[in-house]
Structures are given as structure tokens and as C-alpha cells.
Design a protein around this ligand. Structure first.
Ligand SMILES: [Zn+2]
Length: 510
């Protein structure tokens, strides 16, 4: 054998250096602001002095992060955030959908086998989430410490935290308590029960915010109204700081994960729309709360040991009347009209019968027994239903189960988002997209569309391992989970379809 060849072969392992022991942060703070369009960062920037300013000034700011699924709603945004999985893979296809097996509506987290803790009633769990989350991967790798999710909404606390979480806590509007479920433990931890015993919501009785005055009596009327005020977010942040402290987060040898979702921006935003002064005020207030939360996280874990990621679960459309007044398109549709169009269309073509079981963000669920009884194929009835919908002037695009299963959909962004939103087992039989800026509902506004006003969200990383800067390339919130998994040296969550945002990784975090 000639020497040069040996020379080439041997050094391959002799020269390879052992990898330095991977460093890691002590605490991940994963923040979602519920209903927060990307343009809230730019439009309201002059008002920010807290956490958003801190993250924008010293973090990695991704200016073009677009959700890659429909419907752009809370459960889907939150399940995607730390799983990296779009609904096709996660099984979380909407906030609610029709369960074909049990013939009833279910929510993304409803679980009859659990009980609420801190209030009475059936509990919630991550059982419908088919994939792992970052917290689950941390736990399974042995590197994970405490994993906790907190929000006003159950789905927003539960879905980012994952299956193996130590706890997920949400706010109960009847009792004013933060509650959890028997999925996590048999009773609330003492610190959570103590927090509730201090009646934290009662202090908001009779308080004023802009033109609004809270109910003066500390009872269910007050508690049930707090979600649509800045005080809902204040309660979330107070409870999150209590959790950090009581669970000693960021102080152990393992990596802890706190997922916090600020829900009140969404409740207010639905009522008044993105152009209202209340929305600006809510954004400026949540900026302050996020600043306090990051400061508390750093106090516990030590400066330099915290990694923060922030995004939103979806944006929101302008109020149709506001849009019309400024010569922009849009309008309102009667939510029942689509279902009526399908029922009439199918009855006139195939005969009378119960053709539609349910219709929601998850699509139109056709009654399969009626289809069988009429000796029709599902594909034929789906297509007939789709034709009835296409005849409506405000319908933008319709895809059937058959189209989606066989890839017979447009290759543009709307088509991609429809495909990513379609889960074979759970989604409806016909998926409908309304024209841009059109929506159901008689007042206020909503979200759910594949268009930028609903899909373009903030995405900012700050702290440990992050290379600060402005990154204008198109990215997606489903890039968060694989990026964090890479930074933390753990397995990528099982259904992740995102890309590692390696452009923002410090060399030490690789
Ligand atoms: Zn939401």
C-alpha cells in the first residue's frame, strides 16, 4: 500500500477532537401572545419599554415568520409552537372538531378521563396531541427538569407544555382560580392552592381600564370578565412568577421550561379589532409584563442562563366595517349560509337526508351513513358539496378530502397551508377558505385564514446561545422546536417539520 493513502485514512479519527461538553441554558421561557400580529411590533414600537423592547434590541428578530397551516387559530398555533408539527402531523386541527367515532364535538384538549383540580368538572389533557414537544424530548433525554405551561386558556397552557409536563395551569372564570387536571397530579401543588387562596382576581373588582369598568363584586361575573381585560394577562404573569419561584425553576442541574401564553390580547382583539386603541394599549401592557417575567427568570437562573423565545399563535383580520370605510375589501357572511348551501345542494342532487354532521374551522363533516344509504361514493358527495360552496360569492377556495389525499390542490401558499392543516383521520371532508378579509360573525373580528394578517407573527429569540440581529428571510413558527432541540442537544420533537434557524445560533450553541 502506498504511503499517501494511509496518510489520508489514519488522520480521520486521530485528528478528530472530542466534542466539548455541551453547555446549556438553565431555563427556557417560551412565550406566546395570543392574537398578536407581526405589525404590532412595528406599529406600537414607540410604546415599548419592557420585554418586547429588550428582545427586539438584543435578540434575534425574525421579521418574516408565517404560520404554515390553516386554520390559524389558538390550539393549532400553540400545538405547533413547541412540537414543530403542523396539524397534518400533530392531529391538533382546530380549537374544536367533530369526533366521527363518538359523534360529538371535542376540543383540542377535552379529556373525559380527567378531572379539574381547583374547580369542579371534567378536566383537560394533551391526549389528542399525537406528537412530542420540546419539553417531552427534554424529559425523555434525561436533561429536562421542570416543564410547566400557564395561560388563561386550557389549550394554551397544555399544548406547548406537552405530555410529560409537571403541570399545566389555566384560569377558571367561575371560581377565579388557576386550575389544572388529574392528568398531571392528584391535587394542585401547595403553592398553586396558596396562590388561589389569596384570591388574586378579587383586587380587580371595580377597576377601570380605558372606557371599561370591571364588575364591583368579587364573584363569577368579575372572574368571567377578566379574560378580556389587561388584568387577565396580569394574573397570568403573577402566577408564572409564583411558579418560577416555588418550583425553583432555573436553579437545578437540569433544563427547565416555562411556557406562558398571554390570552387577554386575543379576547380584547376579537371585540375591537387591530385598529382600536385598546389593542395598542394591550400590546404596551403585555410588553411590560414580559419584561417583568424575563427579569424574574434571570433572577432565579442567573444572568446569561435564560433562553427566551416569543411568538404568537395567529394574527387577526381588520374589522370588516373598518376595512370597508377605507376602501379595502371584506365583509361578513352568515355562518349558517354555507351549511345551508351544502344541504340544499346535496338534497336537490341526491335526495333528502341528513347530509352534514357538523361544520367548523376543521371543515364540513358529511354524514357517512347517509352517503352509504344513497349508495354514493364519499368522493362524489364531497365534490357536490364543494360545488355548492364554490357557487357562493365570498368563497375563495374549496378542497375536498379526496383532493387533499391525492394532492390535487394548488401549489401556492394557500394550497400548502391547506395541505399542512389537513389530518386524514380528524379533518372534515370539505375544507373552505373565504375570500380575504371576509369572515363569519355579526360583530368584532376573527382569525383563521391563510392570509398574512392571520399568518404573519412575531418570532424573536433572546438570551443564551442566540446571535442577535434582524433576520428577514421567510421562516415559520414550526422552526422553533427543531431549533431549540438543536441548541439543547436533544432529539427533535417527533412530528417536527421545521427548519433549524442556524443563522441565529452562536457557535457555542451548536
Ligand atoms: Zn389564539
Amino acid at each position: 500500500m502506498r504511503k499517501p493513502l494511509l496518510f489520508l485514512l489514519v488522520p480521520f479519527y486521530l485528528c478528530s477532537q472530542p466534542r466539548p461538553a455541551p453547555k446549556s441554558p438553565k431555563l427556557i421561557v417560551a412565550i406566546v401572545i395570543d392574537q398578536f400580529r407581526y405589525d404590532y411590533l412595528t406599529r406600537f414600537q414607540d410604546g415599548y419599554t419592557g420585554g418586547l423592547k429588550q428582545m427586539l434590541d438584543n435578540g434575534a428578530d425574525f421579521t418574516n415568520a408565517f404560520l404554515e397551516h390553516i386554520p390559524t387559530v389558538t390550539a393549532v398555533g400553540h400545538s405547533t409552537f413547541l412540537s414543530g408539527a403542523t396539524p397534518a402531523l400533530s392531529g391538533i386541527i382546530a380549537n374544536e372538531w367533530w369526533d366521527r367515532e363518538f359523534h360529538k364535538r371535542v376540543t383540542s384538549v377535552s379529556d373525559d378521563s380527567t378531572q379539574l383540580l381547583g374547580a369542579s368538572g371534567t378536566g383537560s389533557s394533551p391526549a389528542r396531541l399525537l406528537q412530542s414537544t420540546l419539553g417531552d424530548e427534554l424529559k425523555m433525554s434525561g436533561k429536562g427538569g421542570k416543564v410547566i405551561g400557564i395561560s388563561i386558556k386550557d389549550r394554551s397552557a397544555i399544548l406547548p407544555a406537552g405530555h410529560m409536563a409537571d403541570g399545566a395551569y389555566w384560569f377558571d372564570g367561575k371560581t377565579g382560580n388557576f386550575v389544572s387536571s388529574t392528568h398531571y397530579f392528584k391535587e394542585l401543588p401547595a403553592w398553586a392552592a396558596d396562590f388561589n387562596a389569596s384570591r388574586p382576581a378579587d383586587k380587580y373588582a371595580g377597576k377601570n381600564w380605558m372606557s371599561y369598568t370591571a364588575p364591583t363584586k368579587a364573584d363569577a361575573t368579575l372572574y368571567g370578565s377578566l379574560d378580556a381585560t389587561p388584568w387577565g394577562n396580569e394574573l397570568i404573569e403573577q402566577f408564572a412568577r409564583r411558579a418560577l419561584e416555588a418550583e425553583h425553576m432555573g436553579k437545578g442541574d437540569h433544563i427547565d421550561l416555562l411556557a406562558v401564553s398571554f390570552s387577554s390580547n386575543d379576547y380584547v382583539g376579537h371585540k375591537v379589532g387591530p385598529d382600536a386603541p385598546e389593542v395598542r394599549d394591550m400590546a404596551i401592557r403585555v410588553d411590560k409584563l414580559i419584561g417583568e417575567l424575563i427579569a424574574a427568570a434571570e433572577t432565579g437562573a442567573g444572568a446569561g442562563n435564560v433562553l427566551v423565545v416569543l411568538t404568537a399563535d395567529h394574527g387577526v383580520a381588520p374589522v370588516p366595517e373598518v376595512n370597508q370605510a377605507r376602501k379595502m375589501p371584506g365583509g361578513r357572511v352568515n355562518a349558517a349560509s354555507e351549511r345551508q348551501a351544502i344541504e340544499r345542494g346535496l338534497a336537490s342532487r341526491f335526495g333528502e337526508g341528513t347530509w352534514v354532521d357538523d361544520m367548523s374551522d376543521a371543515g364540513v363533516y358529511l354524514n357517512r351513513q347517509t352517503i352509504l344509504a344513497h349508495k354514493l361514493t364519499e368522493a362524489a358527495v364531497e365534490e357536490a358539496a364543494a360545488e355548492s360552496l364554490r357557487a357562493l360569492p365570498y368563497v375563495f377556495r374549496v378542497a375536498t378530502r379526496d383532493d387533499l389525499r391525492h394532492g390535487a390542490i394548488s401549489a401556492d401558499q394557500v394550497g400548502v397551508r391547506m395541505r399542512n392543516g389537513f389530518n386524514e383521520a380528524r379533518s372534515g371532508d370539505v375544507i373552505v377558505i373565504l375570500n380575504p378579509y371576509w369572515m363569519p360573525g355579526a360583530s368584532g373580528t376573527t382569525h383563521g385564514a391563510p392570509f398574512s394578517y392571520d399568518a404573519h407573527v412575531p418570532l424573536i429569540f433572546w438570551g443564551w446561545g442566540v446571535r442577535a440581529g434582524r433576520y428577514d428571510r421567510n421562516v415559520a413558527p414550526n422552526d422553533v422546536a427543531p431549533t431549540l432541540a438543536t441548541m439543547l442537544n436533544v432529539e427533535t420533537p417527533s412530528g417536527s417539520v421545521g427548519r433549524v434557524l442556524e443563522e441565529m445560533l452562536q457557535p457555542t450553541a451548536k
